[in-house]
Design a protein around this ligand. Structure first.
Ligand SMILES: *Cc1c(COP(=O)(O)O)cnc(C)c1O
Length: 402
């Protein structure tokens, strides 16, 4: 059965041209980049070419690009590294309530180590207020970390305006731009950011490779200690194949940015319009315009997000829900709660994230089937406050399939 993948915010397929450039580094290009013989030098050269590709993609210089093991590691490094290095100046950090867990849990960890963290609230669309930010800044604030675009509801924060405010106060500014690259223009100079996190697997590259941009001169401690790799800032033998892949993926992301943005936005708007018009008692989460071109996030009253996901999966559609009963968590998404949704409503959420290869045909198929699924689920099972996995619905639906 044909599958329709609408979970690009979770991860993306690796672009065939990215696979092509990375494969030779497993077989012939396996030399350790720190070695001085030919195999080592070739690997080193490939890494430096990829570093330049990524620097170019975000208007940085190569010497400001550091490879890490993931977007999560980049976030951890930025926050812990700045906190540790600058704690003599102060121990106050500002972030938001809707960050990715790689940022939120790192901040919570630092709170246990004696740092103080202000979590800026967001409005009903997921936007922070610049006034709130200004008020939160203190003499002992050493770091502001605010995400570029939210992975759940797609809301894009006013990063350039935030950067200006933070820069004026002489405070270090980090942004998690993992969802932004490939979906929005990312220019570190224009945005006034000091540190910026990226991850390859969200832009049609492989999993397990990230980047932290560190503006020249920003004082930061190491997170991973060991060998002298990455100009003595991040130890560990370089993942040459994935670094090369990330370089290619970043180059493609920027090369086709405008076309991809228009394509995704066109499909997204058809998807949103179709669902809002054809299904009663549904709400769109996130900002109506200031959102990622491929992101659509809804709450359907009286149904579990999990039940919708299972019904979609059966007919070949992959989506995502903020609440994850099947993964053992009864907690609704912290992002949906932060935009003011009651827990009961937040449980009925569905995120569909479009990619560059999604087609209009896919979107029509999803809308048509979702209308039927939602109607059926509403007839079958009134929502239970305990967030049960709706086995009955799943069993019945899969029975029809076989
Ligand atoms: C996916 C994601 C991350 C984590 O990146 P990994 O490479 O999967 O560790 C961090 N922040 C945001 C906003 C993300 O979407």
């Amino acid at each position: 059965m044909k599958r329709i993948y609408l979970d690009h915010a979770a991860t993306t397929p690796v672009d065939p041209s990215v696979v092509e450039v990375m494969l030779p580094f497993f077989t012939e290009g396996y030399g350790n980049p720190s070695s001085i013989y030919a195999e080592g030098r070739a690997a080193k050269k490939a890494i430096e070419a990829a570093r330049l590709q990524i620097a170019t993609a975000i208007n940085a210089s190569s010497s400001e690009i550091y490879f890490t093991g993931s977007g999560s590691e980049s976030d951890n490094w930025a926050i812990k590294g700045i906190a540790m290095k600058n704690q003599a100046k102060g121990k106050h950090i500002i972030t938001t309530t809707i960050e990715h867990h790689a940022v939120l849990h790192t901040c919570e960890y630092l709170e246990k180590q004696g740092f103080e963290v202000t979590y800026l609230p967001v409005d009903e669309y997921g936007l922070i207020s610049l006034e709130d930010l200004k008020k939160a800044i203190r003499k002992d604030t050493i770091l502001v970390t605010i995400m570029f675009a939210n992975n759940e509801i797609g809301t894009v924060e006013p990063i350039k305006a935030i950067g200006e405010i933070v820069k004026e106060k002489g405070i270090i500014f980090h942004t998690d731009a993992v969802q932004a690259l490939g979906n929005l223009p990312v220019d570190v100079k224009d945005l006034n950011v000091d540190l910026l996190s990226l991850s390859a697997h969200k832009i049609y590259g492989p999993k397990g490779i990230g980047v932290l941009y560190i503006r020249k001169g920003v004082p930061i401690d190491n997170l991973i200690h060991g060998g002298a790799q990455e100009r003595r800032k991040r130890a560990g033998t370089e993942n040459t194949a994935e670094i090369v892949a990330f370089g290619k993926a970043a180059e493609l992301a920027v090369q086709h940015l405008e076309d991809n943005m228009i394509h995704m936005k066109t499909l997204r708007d058809v998807l949103i319009k179709g669902i809002m018009e054809k299904i009663p008692q549904v709400r769109l989460n996130g900002h109506p315009e200031q959102r990622l071109p491929g992101n659509a996030n809804f709450c359907f009253d009286y149904i579990e997000g999990e039940s919708i996901l299972l019904s979609l999966d059966i007919i070949g559609i992959a989506g995502s829900s903020g609440s994850a009963c099947t993964s053992g968590s009864l907690d609704p998404s912290h992002v949906l709660l932060a935009i003011g949704l009651p827990a009961g409503v937040a449980h009925g959420s569905l995120r569909l994230s479009i990619g560059k290869n999604t087609t209009m045909e896919d979107i029509h198929y999803v809308v048509d089937n979702l209308v039927v699924i939602i109607e059926r689920l509403r007839k079958m099972s009134p929502i239970d406050a305990n967030c049960p996995i709706d086995d009955a619905v799943f069993a019945k639906a899969s029975h029809h399939q076989h």
